[in-house]
Design a protein around this ligand. Structure first.
Ligand code: SAH
Length: 285
């Protein structure tokens, strides 16, 4: 039985549009970018007044999306959470955050993998998604999500949309998800699946994530799902004070360290090494 959680949440009309916006380009600037919004109407050119002063708005409950495909593979998803994530038997640190486990039980991973891989969608490993990219192992998705410490008030950025699955998991936890992908067909496909599955709270942009998403900054939490050798400076700049970045940092095509980088109230950088990992390399426009 799926138990819904409700949260006080100020509704943002901004999330509900669908628009194509050519990006900017120029020296040292992000190159062309394309936004894919979730559904419906054009986005307003600027943020509505309600969006600038959320603290003064009456809180309304927020319901996480109910993706239609979540009705399928229910047992497989529960088994995945139980055996790979909440109680792995092989020494991996269990993921215990209840909201994260619920998000992993809800997000329909099988619609984000290529059709010929649907039978493996809930297996304990990454899968190819084309263009030499992969959808991360479910455990890594859950672990990185837990490390983000998201609440429904969090505004989060994912860099490296890939299949869109990680963005969907984030979209189960907060109404404010932004995700950027450098490979246009992946960005477009992920945006389409997210839209079909009702993730109107996830905005997808085709751009080089090295530059973050400056128009939507600052973010409470930022997740990087490819391996830069060093943290891109723009991501640090777009992080709120007190916020955190979860990223695999290290040399391409070798082992990297999954790191949590926090911005202290004094604006200082604090870094924690979590586990060794292997991620796909960072690409650049
Ligand atoms: N989070 C994804 C996993 C994607 S793998 C999922 O749930 O499926 C990493 C992704 O990062 C790939 O799709 C790759 O194309 C993308 N990527 C690599 N370099 C990038 C960059 N500079 N900006 C944005 N995306 C990038």
């Amino acid at each position: 039985m799926h138990v819904r959680r409700t949260y006080p949440y100020v509704m943002l009309g901004l999330m509900m549009g669908s628009v194509y916006m050519p990006g900017c380009s120029g020296d040292g600037e992000p190159s062309e970018s394309t936004d894919f919004l979730a559904a419906g109407e054009p986005a307003p050119a600027s943020r509505p007044a309600t969006d600038t002063a959320p603290a003064t708005q009456p809180a309304e409950p927020w319901f996480p999306p109910s993706p239609p495909a979540s009705a399928d593979f229910v047992n497989e998803r529960h088994h995945m959470v139980e055996t790979q994530i909440a109680r792995p038997r092989d020494g991996r640190t269990p993921v215990t955050d209840k909201a994260v486990l619920e998000a992993m039980r809800s997000a329909p991973r099988h619609v984000f993998v290529p059709p010929e891989r649907v039978g493996q969608a809930y297996f304990d490993h990454p899968l190819p998604i084309g263009h030499e990219q992969t959808i991360s192992q479910p455990y890594i998705v859950a672990l990185m999500t837990e490390l983000m410490k998201i609440t429904p008030e969090s505004k989060v950025l994912e860099v490296g949309t890939g299949s869109g699955y990680q963005a969907a998991v984030l979209g189960q936890l907060t109404p404010h998800v932004y995700t950027v992908e450098i490979i246009a067909p992946l960005a477009e496909q992920a945006a389409g699946i997210l839209r079909e599955q009702g993730y109107t709270n996830v905005r997808v942009r085709r751009s080089d994530g090295f530059w973050g998403w400056p128009e939507e900054a600052p973010f409470d939490a930022i997740m990087v799902t490819f391996a830069p050798e060093e943290l891109p400076e723009a991501l640090w700049e777009q992080l709120k004070t007190g916020g955190r970045i979860v990223a695999p940092i290290g040399p391409a095509r070798q082992t990297q360290h999954l790191m949590v980088i926090t911005k202290t109230p004094e604006g200082k950088r604090e870094t924690t090494h979590v586990i060794p990992v292997r991620f796909v390399p960072m690409l650049r426009d």
